[in-house]
Design a protein around this ligand. Structure first.
Ligand code: SF4
Length: 244
């Protein structure tokens, strides 16, 4: 009798291996990091600014905040309207300013030296549990901070990655995004997670774009379920169009 569970685990492992191999092909599409490459606190602030806006706009707002306040503690004590004015380019300024001040007040009460260095001694689960208690920080953002600021072996499942993996046929009804990314995280050697995540994220952003994926310049097209579907549809509709 076929053991359905071990069969599913094998499918999961195969797809995780395939994804790691595909990431190798994306290497030349750009290795720009999705974070601000700084401390965990910097990354938490950046991600709060990046919520519902582009990374470029969030970087701009982050730079404005950095230029206006000498320390993060000054942001906590500043009038909310002033903070909102500084970060206005990111949008939702008042709401975002309130979230930022609440987050900073919590973190600086827990880690007065701003470094969060104590987190280095915590295991992954404890770090994720702490981050998700902070205002505006859910499991995805917690994993992003862990990957980009603490170099932890996690693989955050962003919307861009969900889109790419669904189009490739690696994620479907049989295999969920979270499970395949957990399998990828456990396959990689320590220190590889950020590079592989960056490569796939850059490909999802720059090539496999939401509305107009650039399939003709995609290095993964020969293995892509979405591209095969499009080619099949073109093959089916072309004769009809020719007749009309
Ligand atoms: S072939 Fe097209 S849909 Fe498939 S991964 Fe590449 S860009 Fe995305």
């Amino acid at each position: 009798m076929i053991d359905a569970r071990s069969n599913h685990d094998e499918v999961l492992a195969q797809r995780a291996r395939a994804l790691v191999a595909l990431a190798e092909r994306c290497a030349l599409d750009g290795d720009e990091s999705a974070g601000v490459a700084a401390t965990a606190l910097d990354q938490l602030i950046f991600l709060t600014l990046a919520n519902r806006t582009s990374a470029a706009t969030a970087r701009f707002a982050y730079a404005l905040l950095r230029a206006r306040y000498a320390t993060w503690r000054e942001v906590v004590t500043a009038p909310r309207d002033d903070v909102a004015e500084v970060i206005r380019p990111a949008g939702l300024a008042q709401q975002r300013a309130g979230l930022l001040q609440g987050l900073l007040a919590r973190v600086l009460a827990d880690f007065p030296d701003e470094s969060l260095a104590a987190l280095r001694a915590w295991d992954d689960q404890a770090v994720a549990a702490y981050f998700t208690t902070l205002p505006g920080i859910g499991p995805l953002r917690a994993h992003q901070v862990m990957l980009y600021a603490l170099d932890r072996p996690v693989f955050p499942g962003t919307w861009a990655l969900r889109r790419l993996l669904t189009r490739l046929g690696i994620v479907d009804r049989a295999v969920s995004l979270d499970r395949v990314l957990d399998a990828v995280a456990s396959l990689l050697e320590p220190g590889q997670h950020r590079l592989v995540h960056d490569r796939l994220s850059a490909h999802a952003r720059d090539v496999c774009a939401p509305r107009h994926p650039r399939c003709r310049r995609c290095r993964l097209a020969d293995l892509c379920a979405h591209d095969r579907r499009i080619q099949r549809l073109r093959g089916l509709t072309a004769p009809r169009l020719a007749k009309g």
